[in-house]
Design a binder for this molecule. Structure first.
Ligand code: F6R
Length: 611
């Protein structure tokens, strides 16, 4: 969840590293630091608590100069977010190290090192790695070999970047369980947690595999070794999303920009996957048809917003493809004694493809008797994509705002394609499939229409800014949308929000409803509408203020305390995608009114690569 950048270049690397950190700040932002080797083999370091801007201020007063360096933006796991705990961590004046992940056995290693006289300046797990490298270097006199020896002693997950004053033109990187890519430059080479960090210097990347160690050295030399220490070659891939994603353009926040990108990215996710006869099953991979036709059940596993997408898919898969489906959060699934019925297909959903719990769940599933695994993911080359049998890439492009928006709606789009592919292979209701396919074709246009309602949604947000709680209601496939609406509101505006299936209201939560508890409801024109209307009456009767997002054709009486916003009509099946948008916009505007940090809300990070 932290961000790493490294460089070996002909020029001064301070600005390259700093720009990289700014672009990685979505991964963590409680402290930052940089270490650079100057032309005289001396290591210089600057660190600051707080965001990368605080480090930039320090560097402005005391710049670092040199062609080799590493830098880090942190999301605290071990030790408070102070300057002392900020990376890079050093061992003496020679070794500096940046780390993303968790060293699980650091306590025993720390004790061993302390007994040998090493002293510790921080509360972090990372510092032990710096001392271990320094100790190994005394005998090996080679940074690559030293790190390889040290890695053999580490348990846990890591991406590492290391420099040593005696090798002033070398950066060593290593990955196991946390992402790390190599940026290929012209006579220079770079390292980062995400290609996004390096797009200002290159668009050519090598995605390191689990266990890989890399040495970057003078003249852009890149040498990669696998977990057994064998020299290996990995393909160089060109980054295809362009660099537009890393700037806000004319938008005030990345989140707002990403909300407005949804028509385009949904269209991109559909592209090449629908033909004259419906969904192209082959677009899921050559083995898809055989795998899908053998599937008797589906297990979906994911975290957070991606889990909500999975919950929607359960309704779709059972309703349109007639296939029993279970959905579970990855952190629970991976520790459960899971019973896998014969013919079960395992599906993971993830924006980043690096979420530790989801990856662990995939590896856990691979040891069980599943038919195969499908990853629906937004990051090509991510661990989840590489380790799954089949992949369906969402085309959201890089998502920078910590609160997931376009990744969610593209996941839903991909999940509907998956549902239709299964329905087709299983010969379920071809006419209904054709209707949904038509609906998908016009979905980007409907999404644009909803985005045009932004001023009306912004006007509603004032009613929330002073509130401490909010309740979201939905029924059927809109219950997960209510959950997602509540998650968005709480994570960026810090207002406590809960979501309930509307029919559950009278079984407890109704006791909370009064004039201080705004209630938000999604009311598409579906088969559960009449039941939902009764639930809304229950709220009104208790004096609760209602905010209803409803289909333009739905007859809901206007009344005092009921605020209604009409959405364009859409096929019921696709309504969950459309009804997500007003909830995203509402949360965004409430957060702006409250003055919170919309793109980087407190205590969170974009990519959760620790358990
Ligand atoms: C919330 C949010 C998180 C992520 C979750 C899983 O807005 O973004 O809940 O959805 O951390 O991340 P991925 O999808 O990368 O596996």
């Amino acid at each position: 969840m932290c961000g790493i950048v490294g460089a070996v270049a002909q020029r001064n690397v301070q600005e390259i590293l700093l720009e990289g950190l700014k672009r990685l700040e979505y991964r963590g932002y409680d402290s930052a630091g940089m270490a650079v080797l100057d032309g005289r083999s001396r290591l210089h370091r600057q660190r600051a608590a707080g965001k990368v801007a605080a480090l930039a201020d320090c560097l402005e007063s005391v710049p670092l100069a040199g062609g080799t360096g590493i830098a880090h933006t942190r999301w605290a796991t071990h030790g408070r977010p102070t300057e002392r705990n900020a990376h890079p961590h050093q061992s003496g004046e020679d070794v500096a190290i940046v780390h993303n992940g968790i060293i699980e056995n650091y306590e025993s290693l720390k004790q061993e090192l302390a007994e040998q006289g090493y002293t510790f300046a921080s509360e972090t797990d990372t510092e032990v790695v710096a001392h271990l490298v320094a100790r190994e270097y005394e005998s090996t006199q080679d940074l690559l070999t030293s790190l390889q020896h040290v890695l053999a002693r580490l348990h846990g997950a890591y991406a590492l970047g290391v420099v040593h004053a005696s090798e002033p033109k070398v950066v060593i990187g290593a990955r196991k369980g946390s992402p790390l890519v190599v940026g290929v430059g012209i006579e220079e080479a770079f390292l980062a947690s995400d290609p996004l960090a390096l797009l200002q210097v290159t668009d050519r990347f090598i995605y390191l595999r689990e266990g890989d160690v890399v040495r970057l050295s003078e003249g852009g030399r890149i040498e990669i070794f696998d977990a057994q220490g064998q020299a290996v070659s990995r393909p160089v891939q060109t980054y295809e999303h362009g660099d537009g994603a890393s700037s806000k353009g004319d938008y005030r926040h990345f989140m707002l920009k990403e909300i407005h990108e949804q028509p385009k990215v949904i269209e991109a996710t559909l592209e090449g996957r629908i033909g004259d006869n419906g969904v192209l099953v082959k677009s899921f991979g050559i083995e898809a048809e055989s795998l899908f036709s053998r599937a008797k059940q589906i297990h979906i596993v994911a975290c957070g917003t991606s889990y909500h997408a999975g919950m929607v898919a359960r309704y779709w898969l059972e309703r349109y493809a007639g296939i029993p489906t279970q959905v579970e959060v990855a952190s629970e699934y991976r520790y459960r004694r899971v019973v896998v019925p014969e013919g079960t297909l395992f599906v993971t959903l993830s924006q980043s493809g690096e979420t530790a719990d989801t990856l662990a769940a995939l590896r856990f599933a691979q040891e069980r008797d599943y038919l195969g695994s499908l990853a629906i993911c937004n990051v090509p080359g991510s661990s989840l994509v590489r380790e799954s049998d089949l992949t369906l890439m969402t085309q959201a492009g890089p998502e920078i705002g910590v609160a997931s928006t376009k990744a969610f709606t593209t996941q839903l789009t991909a999940l509907m394609l998956f549902t239709l592919a299964l329905a087709k292979v299983r010969g379920q209701e071809p006419e209904r499939q054709a209707q949904i396919v038509e609906g998908l074709r016009s979905l980007p246009e409907r999404v644009k229409e909803v985005l045009r309602l932004d001023p009306q949604i912004e006007a509603l947000s004032a009613a929330f800014a002073e509130k401490h709680h909010a309740l979201f209601l939905g029924r059927g496939s809109h219950f997960p949308i209510a959950l997602e609406g509540a998650l968005k509101l709480k994570e960026i505006s810090y207002i406590h929000a809960e979501a309930y299936p509307a029919g559950e209201l009278k079984h407890g939560p109704l006791a909370l409803v009064d004039s201080e508890m705004p209630v938000i409801s999604v009311a598409p024109n579906d088969e559960l509408l009449d039941k939902l209307k009764s639930n809304l009456q229950e709220v009104r009767a208790r004096g609760g203020e209602l905010f209803v997002f409803a289909d333009e054709n739905v007859a809901i009486e206007r009344a005092e305390g009921v605020h209604m916003l009409r959405l364009p009509h859409i096929d019921d099946a696709l309504a969950p995608i459309l009804y997500t948008l007003p909830l995203q916009l509402l949360s965004y505007h409430v957060a702006v009114l409250k003055g919170t940090d919309v793109d980087q809300p407190r205590n969170l990070a974009k990519s959760v690569t620790v358990e």
